[in-house]
Design a protein around this ligand. Structure first.
Ligand code: ADP
Length: 393
C-alpha cells in the first residue's frame, strides 16, 4: 500500500500507458503499458518501483479488457485518490486541467474532428475508468491547454476567417504539459523572475515541438492544428509547402489519405535517412560515416535552429533554451549542432557539460552564454499533480 496513490492513464488508439504516483513522496510507484490492443499478441507489461518487468499476454483484449487487468495489477497499492487522463485535443474549450463530468466528456468528443485518432481513444479510457472507479474523481489534462494563451497573430492561419470562426481551423499546439513543466523548472533553476522572463523550450521525442514561453505563458509554438506542423520528427514531416498535396495528387496520382499517411508515417528522420526514425540509431550510424543518417540529422538540427529563431520573435528577452524529451535529454551531438547554429542569440555550448547532459542545474553552455539546459520532462507526474490538486477542491 502507498499512502496517497494517484493513477495516470494515457489511452491511445492501440496502446495505453499507466502510472501510479505516491503524492506524499512524488515518486512513481508503478508504470506500465498495454500494447497491440485488439490483436492476437496484445500484451500488458509493468514494473513496480524496485521490481522486475512483468508481462501478461492479453490476446484480443481492447481498452476495457486491458484496463480491467491494470485494475488487478495495481490493487495492492491501494485505491487511487484520483485518476488523471492525458487528453490530446482540448480545442478552444479547455485552457486548463478539469474535473471530468458529462459536459467535459461532451466537450472532448466535440474536439474529436480535430484529433480523430486520439480523442475517441482518450474518451474510451475515461469511460472505462469511470466504470471501474465510480467514486473516484477523474481529471482531464490537455496537451493543448498550455497554448491557449497564444496571441491571435500566432494562432491564425492566413486563410479565410470563416474557416477559423465556423470550423476551428487555427493553430492549437501540443506537448503543452511538457513545455509548461520544463519552462517552470528553468525559472526555478535559474532563479528567473516569474513575471519577467523569456524561455524557448524544445520537446524532442518521437514527436517534436518547440515553444516560446513569456512570463510563464505559451506565446508561440511550432505545432499547429494537428501535431504534423513544425519541426522534423521521427516519422512526421513537419512543415511542407501546402502546394505539395496538389503536386503529389496530380503527378503521382496519390490520394489524400496516401499523402496524409506518407507525411505522418514515412517522413521526418525516417524518410530523410531511409534508415530509421530513431535518433539513437541515426547518431550511431552517422558516427560510423553513414551519409544518409548524417543528412537526416543535419536537416533535423537546421530546422530546429531555424524555428528557435522564429520563436524568438515572440519574446522581448531570451533567458534560456531548454532541451527535453528522449532526444533533447540524451542526444548531446544534436544539442551541440543546434547551439552551434545560434551564436546570434548568444549561445555558446560547453562541450564537456553537454557531453554529460549538464551541470547540477542542467546547464550545457559556457559561463558567458545565454544558458541552454537539459531538463527531464515529467508529463505523467504533472498529470498526477493536477489530478490530485483538483480532486482536493
Ligand atoms: P516519445 O515521444 O514516444 O515519448 P521519447 O521522448 O522517449 O519518445 O523519445 C524517443 C526518441 O529519443 C527516439 O528518437 C530515441 O532514439 C531518442 N533517444 C533516446 N535516447 C537517445 C540517445 N542516447 N541518443 C540519441 N537519441 C536518443
Amino acid at each position: 500500500m502507498i499512502s496517497a496513490p494517484v493513477l495516470v492513464i494515457n489511452s491511445g488508439s492501440s496502446s495505453l500507458k499507466f502510472s501510479v504516483f505516491d503524492m506524499n513522496t512524488g515518486g512513481e510507484a508503478m508504470a506500465g503499458l498495454a500494447e497491440r490492443l485488439e490483436s492476437g499478441d496484445a500484451q500488458l507489461s509493468w514494473r513496480e518501483r524496485g521490481g522486475d518487468k512483468q508481462t501478461l499476454p492479453i490476446p484480443h483484449q481492447g481498452h476495457e479488457g486491458a484496463l480491467l487487468e491494470v485494475h488487478q495489477v495495481l490493487k495492492h497499492l491501494g485505491s487511487p485518490l484520483a485518476v488523471g487522463h492525458r487528453v490530446v485535443h482540448g480545442g478552444e474549450a479547455f485552457s486548463d486541467s478539469v474535473l471530468i463530468d458529462d459536459a467535459v466528456i461532451a466537450g472532448i468528443d466535440d474536439c474529436a474532428s480535430l484529433a480523430p485518432l486520439h480523442n475517441p481513444a482518450n474518451v474510451l479510457g475515461i469511460r472505462v475508468m469511470q466504470k471501474l472507479y465510480p467514486q473516484i474523481p477523474q481529471v482531464a489534462v490537455f496537451d493543448t491547454a498550455f497554448h491557449q494563451t497564444l496571441a491571435e497573430r500566432a494562432y491564425l492561419y492566413a486563410i479565410p476567417m470563416h474557416l477559423y470562426r465556423d470550423h476551428g481551423v487555427r493553430r492549437y499546439g501540443f506537448h503543452g504539459t511538457s513545455h509548461k513543466y520544463v519552462a517552470a523548472q528553468a525559472v526555478e533553476r535559474l532563479s528567473l523572475d516569474p513575471a519577467n522572463h523569456g524561455i524557448i523550450t524544445a520537446h524532442l521525442g518521437n514527436g517534436c515541438s518547440a515553444t516560446a514561453v513569456r512570463n510563464g505563458h505559451s506565446v508561440d509554438t511550432t505545432m499547429g492544428m494537428t501535431p504534423l506542423e513544425g519541426l522534423v520528427m521521427g516519422t512526421r514531416s513537419g512543415d511542407v509547402d501546402p502546394g505539395l498535396h496538389e503536386y503529389l495528387a496530380e503527378s503521382l496520382n496519390m490520394s489524400l489519405a496516401e499523402i496524409t499517411a506518407m507525411l505522418n508515417r514515412e517522413s521526418g528522420l525516417l524518410g530523410l535517412s531511409g534508415l530509421s526514425n530513431d535518433m539513437r540509431t541515426l547518431t550511431e550510424a552517422a558516427e560510423q560515416g553513414n551519409a544518409d543518417a548524417q543528412r537526416a540529422i543535419d536537416v533535423f538540427c537546421f530546422r530546429l535552429a531555424r524555428q528557435i529563431g522564429a520563436l524568438a520573435a515572440s519574446l522581448e528577452r531570451l533567458d534560456a533554451l531548454v532541451f527535453t524529451g528522449g532526444i533533447g535529454e540524451n542526444a548531446s551531438p544534436i544539442r551541440g549542432q543546434v547551439l552551434a547554429k545560434l551564436p546570434l542569440f548568444g549561445f555558446s555550448c560547453d562541450a564537456e557539460l553537454n557531453q554529460r547532459h549538464g551541470d547540477e542545474r542542467g546547464i550545457i553552455t559556457t559561463a558567458d552564454s545565454v544558458p541552454a539546459l537539459v531538463i527531464g520532462t515529467r508529463e505523467e507526474w504533472v498529470i498526477a499533480h493536477d489530478a490530485y490538486q483538483l480532486s482536493q477542491t
